[in-house]
Design a binder for this molecule. Structure first.
Ligand SMILES: Cc1cc2nc3c(=O)[nH]c(=O)nc-3n(C[C@H](O)[C@H](O)[C@H](O)COP(=O)(O)OP(=O)(O)OC[C@H]3O[C@@H](n4cnc5c(N)ncnc54)[C@H](O)[C@@H]3O)c2cc1C
Length: 477
């Protein structure tokens, strides 16, 4: 009889790899299936939402959870965290009140202090009192007169570089600088894949599509599921569905009916002229889905910038958000989006949407008009559990025995989900009682920086992106 694994995980995105790494940490064997040739190749991520400040409309509770989860993930993957802050502003044309954002930031400072009190190693966003800083119009005028700083360190240095480039007359004041950092998906994927390949407990199967799962829970066997690939059947006791927006395919085959949304989105890759000093990520708030949707400019190395624009001709798509109704568990996108997901984009559309994105940013950063297309978009589809598209902290559900379905909305929720699954496997008697430790993950920590640099750069090239996208703007030791 073939080996029986304690846990079978389908999907090697953020959620699946973190689950496998957590099981490894506690000495529990697992098998992880990813259909592509490397892990973490699904929808992109670039922002560590350590406070939810990109979302003026979410609850304080979601902001706190995003901060806590982001800190946990950043502690595990420091080599993927770009320690540059985020500039947050509200255009004068928008209804959002800066005062509401300020009140929330104050609440977040107190919460950050609590997290540091619980564990001093949580202080990864700098000192709590420097978590954010507000700048009035007078402050901006004064900073604009100071010389640019090539490698800014203080909030004021970041802000003075910014103020020389933006048209701040279009913005409400105060504007904000907050310690929400960048999060590099290529580096994250590289560290995770290197660790999983080294793991003695996880059998990582890349290039392996799961074609079917047989439910044998009522057959009184030593295992509960058969996971079928093209040529082999694997036996597992506990099944984790981490298929991202495709979780519904497995649900459908198990006759589980689930309420969820799926959404396709894209961000664009551009190259700008060299500028004299580094800038933070720039965020100009706006109502999602309208022509004034939020604009987000994310700096990378070597004058590369990623752009999101929450309008229908940039990041969002007609028919890009699908609600699930009736008995189907896995909704399908229209032919145009399916084509993008399966075969990539046509060049004209890459050019058109990237140029739309560049023009959109140039409304607030006039010299950005000269930026050029520098690669294919970063794109993908994600799931949102339930029917509220503004939800930012999806987690996990356990729709039937020995089965977990990961439902993360933000990459930062993956560790929380993995720990919930660990608890559930214990509760259901799959694994013995373990005492949960908050120690660092020794396997991840054992991966040297030079190996992460190399594999992250290979990932970028293999996926058709500039190598610069795999590097941090602020190099870490
Ligand atoms: C444009 C965009 C920008 C985003 N920006 C951010 C951000 O800045 N910060 C943030 O935190 N989050 C961001 N997100 C959200 C984030 O990308 C997702 O939450 C996260 O990637 C989801 O991870 P996952 O592991 O659940 O799913 P996925 O990454 O989709 O992983 C699922 C995996 O399962 C595999 N798979 C599916 N079916 C099978 C099968 N049958 N057999 C084998 N393998 C299979 C797939 O190939 C895939 O690799 C963004 C999303 C988008 C679309």
């Amino acid at each position: 009889m073939g080996k029986i694994y304690n846990v079978g995980i389908i999907g090697g995105g953020v959620s699946g790899v973190i689950a496998a790494l957590q099981f490894d940490k506690y000495g529990i064997d697992s098998i992880l299936f990813e259909q592509e040739s490397s892990v973490v190749n699904g929808p992109p991520f670039c922002h560590l939402h350590a406070g939810g400040n990109l979302y003026p409309d979410i609850s304080d509770e979601q902001c706190k959870l995003l901060m806590k989860q982001s800190i946990e993930m950043a502690r595990l993957f420091p080599q993927s965290i770009d320690q540059r802050p985020t500039f947050i502003s509200v255009p004068k044309s928008e209804k959002i009140e800066v005062e509401n954002i300020e009140n929330r930031l104050e609440m977040l400072v107190e919460y950050y202090k609590e997290l540091i009190n619980e564990d001093p190693a949580n202080e990864i966003l700098g000192a709590p009192d420097s978590y954010y800083k507000l700048y009035s119009k007078e402050d901006l005028i004064a900073l604009e007169k100071q010389p640019t700083v090539k490698w800014p360190k203080s909030s004021d240095e970041w802000m003075l570089n910014t103020v020389k480039l933006i048209d701040y007359e279009k913005l409400k004041t105060p504007v904000i600088l907050v310690q929400e950092y960048g999060w590099n998906l290529f580096r994250f994927g590289a560290q995770a894949q290197l660790a999983l390949k080294k793991s003695e407990k996880c059998n990582l199967k890349i290039d392996t599509l799961v074609t079917n799962v047989n439910d044998v829970r009522d057959q009184n066997l030593a295992y509960n599921w058969e996971i079928c690939t093209n040529d082999t059947v694997f036996k597992v006791k506990y099944l984790v569905n981490s298929c991202g927006f495709r979780t519904g395919i497995l649900d459908e085959s198990l006759h589980l009916n689930v309420n969820r949304l799926i959404e396709f989105k894209a961000a664009y890759v551009s190259k700008w002229q060299p500028i004299a000093g580094l800038i933070p990520e720039l965020v100009f708030h706006g109502e999602r889905g309208t022509p004034q949707g939020m604009a987000q400019l994310t700096p990378y190395c070597d004058d590369h910038y990623q752009i999101h624009g929450m309008t229908m001709d940039i990041t969002l798509f007609d028919n890009g958000l699908i609600k699930l109704n009736g008995s189907e568990a896995h909704p399908e996108f229209d032919a145009d989006i399916q084509q993008k997901l399966q075969c990539g984009w046509n060049e004209d559309e890459v050019k058109q949407r990237t140029e739309n994105a560049i023009d959109f940013i140039a409304k607030f950063v006039p010299t950005f008009k000269t930026a050029k297309v520098a690669g294919p978009p970063l794109f993908g589809a994600q799931q949102i559990p339930g029917d509220d598209p503004s939800l930012r902290v999806g987690e996990v559900s356990f729709p039937s025995k020995f089965y977990a379905r990961s439902e993360i909305v933000k990459a930062s929720s993956a560790l929380t989900v993995a720990n919930q699954i660990l608890h559930k496997t214990q509760e259901e008697g799959i694994i013995p009682a373990i005492s949960f430790k908050s120690d660092p993950n020794l396997l991840l920590d054992s991966i040297p920086k030079n190996e992460i640099d190399k594999l992250a750069s290979d990932f970028a090239v293999q996926r058709g992106y500039p190598v610069a996208l795999s590097q941090l703007v602020i190099e870490r030791n």
